[in-house]
Design a protein. Sequence first.
Length: 360
Amino acid sequence: MRLVYFISSFSLSGGTLVLMRHVRALNEMGHEAVLAFLKQDDSYEIDVPTQKLESVSAVRDLQPDVVVACHYPDLPRLRPHVPLLVFLVQSRHVEEMGYYYEAERSRAKYAWPLGRLVLGMRQSRDMAALKKAYSLPDVFWSVSWNIEASLKSMGHASRMVRNVLNLPPRQGESAPPIPPCRIVMVGSHAVPFKNIRLGLEALKLLRQRTPVFITHVSTGEPLPADLAAYVDESLHCLPHDALIRLCRTSHILFSPSLMEGFGLPAVEGMACGMLCVLSDIPEYHMFHRGAGGKQGLYALYGNPRDAEDMARVLEMACREYASPVMDSIRQNGVEVAAWYAEDGFKADLAAALEELPASK
């Protein structure tokens, strides 16, 4: 089968890593898969077959049996040019849009009645466009149970294709002794639901209580100077292998997100043996469902709307890191993360391909 994964703008993100892993796995399984795009961030290393296109309509020149779209704004542009359109959904777009407009409403220019009216009209327009785009795919694939549930609430059935971990072999990396506790926070401050600003406030409170070394890794724009002052190290567009090495030589993975499509950095942190301090949101309580419904705590949780509560949980994680309880949590995390290994991922992909309808 010939499959084209299409993304209009190719840049560094966890979602892009997932697409590359799909393409790589499909080629290993004997299919012909390529990642096609219109624009590329040249700083990003690509290690799968790719095709740069001059226009969306050029996708048909690749003669695909299936086109897998990855961003909902691309769906209307792709639909006239493809035989079978699959939408790989990696985010809860309705909820994500809600967080975006919640952040917009806090800006001064929308404080006036006219500003709020304009913003409301924009949100209504964008929601209508989203729902129209969701009417176009022939098939939906989701990457997590919460996305599957979100699609069901919109009237769309989906096939779940689990995310897959792709960790480089260990090179003897290990976390140094504590103190200081080394904390890694991953996410773009420009994405409202990543909640980076509140996370940094929590880390500021934590620093007043216990020795820490804080690294922030941005998958988008670098932290601005006022936010970078909160951390010891600010890294931008870090290659995936380097991120995994960083995780293996650190103690705590911290994510204060208000929502997630899946939460790949958290699972990768677990696989690396890190103690994960996560926001108390449904997405971060679902990782164990595939692992036979494994019981047992595999992360620590805090209120993502309360910097003091997040700081309290982080402080407990730092101070008790070497305790038997925290050792058990880390081990549970390693076992949960094992469900996202390559064999299971390929089995999900094979089943998803078997279920595809005939091309239109």
